[in-house]
Design a protein around this ligand. Structure first.
Ligand code: NAP
Length: 289
C-alpha cells in the first residue's frame, strides 16, 4: 500500500521531479500532482511520467494532498507559502527542499503566522548543475544526505513522515538546527559556487578568454562545473544566506590575500605550508567518501 496517497510537488524541476520519480518506484506514492508556472513544462513532465496531473495554482495542486513538497527557488518560497496558507488540511504535511533554511523558515512564518506544526523544513544535499524536469532522474538522492531542520513546534509525526519519504529515495536523513545548517552549507556549497562563478566570470572578461577556455584541461572543468548552475537559483541562495556566506567569503579572501602576498614576496615556504595543509585535508576528505 502507498505510504503517501497524494503528493503535491510545487516546482517540478530537477529536485521536485527527481523526488517524484524516486517515490514512484516501489509504489511509495499513489498519485503525484505537479504545479508550476509554465504549462508546456508541466505537460512535458506528465508525458515523462513524473507527474499524473497538474495545476498552475499551488492551492489547487495541494487540495487533498497528504504530502506537499515545495521545490521552487528559495526566493519564490514565500509567495508559494502564501498561496498555500489556509488551504492545507490538518492531515497534510508540508515540507520544502530549499538550499537555505533560515530564510525559508522566515518565509513560512510570514505566510502562515505561527509556523504550522506540520511544516518540516528540509534540504537534500544532492543535485547537478542542470535544471528543469528534463534533468530529473530517480537515483539522484541514492546514498546522499537529506538535512531536516525541524522547529521546536514541529510535530514529531510530520518529521517521521518526511523522514520516511526521503529514506525511500535511498537517502540518509539527518537533523540539524536551522542556523547550523546555514553555516555549514555556506562553507561547503554556497562559497564554492560563488568562487566558481567568480573565476569563470574573471576569465571570460580577459582579452584572451577564447584561448584560455580552448586549452582548459580536466582540472579547470572539475573546478568550474558548478558555474553552469542556474544563475537565478544561486542569486536567491546568496541573498537568502547572506550573513553566513559573507563570513565565509571574508575568511577566504583573507587567506587568498596571504597567498597573493606570499607569491609577491617569493615566499615558497608559505606556499608549501598552505598547499600541503590543503592537500592533507583534501586527501583525508576524499578517503572518507
Ligand atoms: P529547477 O530545476 O529550476 O526547478 C524549479 C521549479 O520551480 C521549476 O519547475 C519551475 O517551473 C518552478 N518555479 C520557479 N519559480 C517559480 C515560482 N516563482 N513559482 C512557482 N514555481 C516556480 O530548480 P531545482 O534545482 O530543482 O531547485 C529547486 C529547489 O531545490 C531550490 O529551492 C533549490 O535551492 C533547491 N535545491 C537545489 C539543488 C540543486 O543542486 N539544483 C540541490 C538541493 C536543493 P516554472 O518555471 O514552470 O514555474
Amino acid at each position: 500500500m502507498s505510504r503517501v496517497k497524494r503528493l503535491a510537488i510545487i516546482g517540478v524541476g530537477l529536485i521536485g521531479g527527481s523526488l517524484a520519480l524516486a517515490l514512484r518506484r516501489g509504489g511509495y506514492v499513489a498519485e503525484v500532482v505537479g504545479c508550476g508556472r509554465r504549462i508546456e513544462a508541466l505537460r512535458g513532465a506528465q508525458q515523462l511520467g513524473i507527474i499524473d496531473r497538474w495545476e498552475t495554482e499551488p492551492a489547487l495542486a495541494a487540495e487533498g494532498a497528504d504530502m506537499v513538497v515545495v521545490a521552487v527557488p528559495v526566493g519564490a518560497m514565500e509567495a508559494v507559502f502564501r498561496s498555500l496558507a489556509g488551504c492545507l488540511s490538518a492531515q497534510s504535511v508540508l515540507t520544502d527542499v530549499g538550499s537555505t533554511k533560515g530564510q525559508v523558515v522566515e518565509a513560512a512564518r510570514a505566510a502562515f503566522g505561527i509556523p504550522a506544526a506540520n511544516f518540516v523544513p528540509g534540504h537534500p544535499i544532492a543535485g547537478t548543475e542542470r535544471s528543469g524536469y528534463q534533468a530529473a532522474f530517480p537515483e539522484l538522492f541514492e546514498g546522499r544526505r537529506v538535512i531536516l531542520t525541524p522547529l521546536a513546534e514541529t510535530d514529531a509525526a510530520a518529521v517521521h513522515k518526511v523522514r520516511g519519504m526521503w529514506q525511500h529515495t535511498g537517502a540518509e536523513v539527518v537533523e540539524m538546527a536551522v542556523r547550523h545548517h546555514d553555516e555549514i552549507l555556506a562553507a561547503t556549497s554556497h562559497l564554492p559556487h560563488v568562487l566558481a562563478y567568480s573565476l569563470v566570470h574573471t576569465l571570460a572578461g580577459m582579452d584572451e578568454s577564447w584561448e584560455i577556455f580552448r586549452y582548459a584541461a580536466g582540472g579547470f572543468r572539475d573546478f568550474t562545473r558548478i558555474a553552469a548552475s542556474d544563475p537565478g537559483m544561486w542569486r536567491d541562495i546568496c541573498l537568502g544566506n547572506k550573513a553566513a556566506i559573507l563570513e565565509c567569503l571574508r575568511r577566504f579572501t583573507d587567506d587568498l590575500d596571504r597567498l597573493r602576498l606570499a607569491i609577491e614576496a617569493s615566499d615558497g615556504e608559505h606556499l608549501i605550508a598552505a598547499f600541503s595543509r590543503a592537500k592533507q585535508a583534501r586527501d583525508h576528505f576524499a578517503a572518507s567518501l
